[in-house]
Design a protein around this ligand. Structure first.
Ligand code: NCD
Length: 323
């Protein structure tokens, strides 16, 4: 007799956040991504898994990496991909999100990949989507960016086998970063014991310590003996009012330069979700240096997004986790 699959390893219908995922769920996505990674190195970069499925990219905010790699991931899985050009779409004529959803459903789409400036936008689409439609969150406000966090976990795992022995530093504009939030949840779920967060007070969320991280006031102290440094962009588009004295002063206190990086372990990884602002949060020499895996993160993002899409659309009807 077949044993029922425990709920913590059931495939997801949607991916909206890393908060509340189980360790087996994350690991199964990372393992599947590992199997997709070689596809990108083949002469024919395609597998037929999602042939006949329709994926819609709906990006209300600017994006280079996330949008392109979601599109590439869907195409490498042989899905049909539509990209709604929001700036020239009927949302500019006042069409609501719900009406946009209903119309895309009328075009028989199977999956919606959504980025929006409002926290909760992806959840809204997921709540209202027809039962066969899956929603992937490609970043909502300051809330979550789950595929970014998963591709970061994937990148870390490829270099550092054991999450439970790691020290990870996250430095920069944590307050406005959906990436940092999703990373912190994922790192905690995977058992990372020491997550150090460094930022000017004005760029730290008030609830940060409840997420299970340690706030360290000085970057130099935080970097000592760490295994991974994640740098974040100053997300000015989400700042209202003045949060910072000047970019020069920010770099003097919080910029990752070669002298500071030397305080970390010699094999420490340097990461950044992109887009980078050179010599604002990270020195050019460090971004392009031997410890940087910033472009590897981009390549890995394709395999991880393929894995998420394959899991979500490949699940058996009714065999899914509530998340
Ligand atoms: C991030 C985002 O949009 O949240 N970028 C990304 O998706 N790789 C981070 C940022 O914009 O700084």
């Amino acid at each position: 007799m077949m044993r029922p699959t425990p709920p913590d390893v059931l495939p997801l219908r949607h991916l909206l956040t890393t908060d509340g995922l189980s360790r087996p769920q994350i690991l199964s996505i990372l393992d599947l991504a590992e199997s997709f990674l070689p596809v990108g190195a083949r002469a024919v970069k395609k597998v037929p898994l999602l042939r006949g499925k329709t994926v819609v990219n709906l990006f209300f905010e600017p994006s280079t990496r996330t949008r392109m790699t979601f599109e590439l991931a869907a195409k490498r899985l042989s899905a049909d991909v539509l990209n709604l050009d929001v700036a020239h779409s009927s949302t500019r004529k006042g069409e609501t999100l719900l009406d946009t959803l209903r119309n895309l459903e009328a075009m028989q789409m199977d999956m919606l990949v959504v980025r929006h400036a409002e926290s909760g936008a992806a959840d809204f689409f997921a709540r209202h989507a027809a039962p066969h439609v899956s929603v992937l969150n490609a970043g909502d406000g300051r809330h979550a960016h789950p595929t970014q966090a998963l591709l970061d976990m994937f990148t870390i795992r490829r270099h550092k086998a054991d999450f439970t022995a790691l020290t990870v530093v996250i430095v920069g504009d944590v307050a406005h970063s959906r990436v940092a939030r999703s990373q912190i949840h994922a790192l905690r779920i995977l058992g990372v014991p020491d997550i150090r967060v460094v930022a000017p007070r004005t760029l730290l969320p008030v609830d940060i310590e409840t997420l299970g991280v340690r706030v360290v006031p000085h970057l130099e102290t935080a970097l000592r003996d760490c295994d991974v440094v994640i740098t974040l962009r100053l997300q000015r588009e989400r700042m209202q009012g003045t949060f910072l004295p000047s970019e020069g002063e920010y770099f003097r206190h919080y910029g990752l330069d070669a002298a500071r990086l030397a305080l970390a372990r010699p094999d420490a990884l340097v990461m950044h979700p992109g887009p980078i602002n050179r010599n604002v949060e990270i020195a050019s020499a460090v971004a392009d240096g031997p410890q940087s895996v910033i472009l590897e993160q981009v390549t890995n993002g394709i395999a991880v997004r393929m894995a998420v899409m394959a899991q979500v659309l490949g699940r058996a009807p009714g065999q899914e986790s509530a998340a």
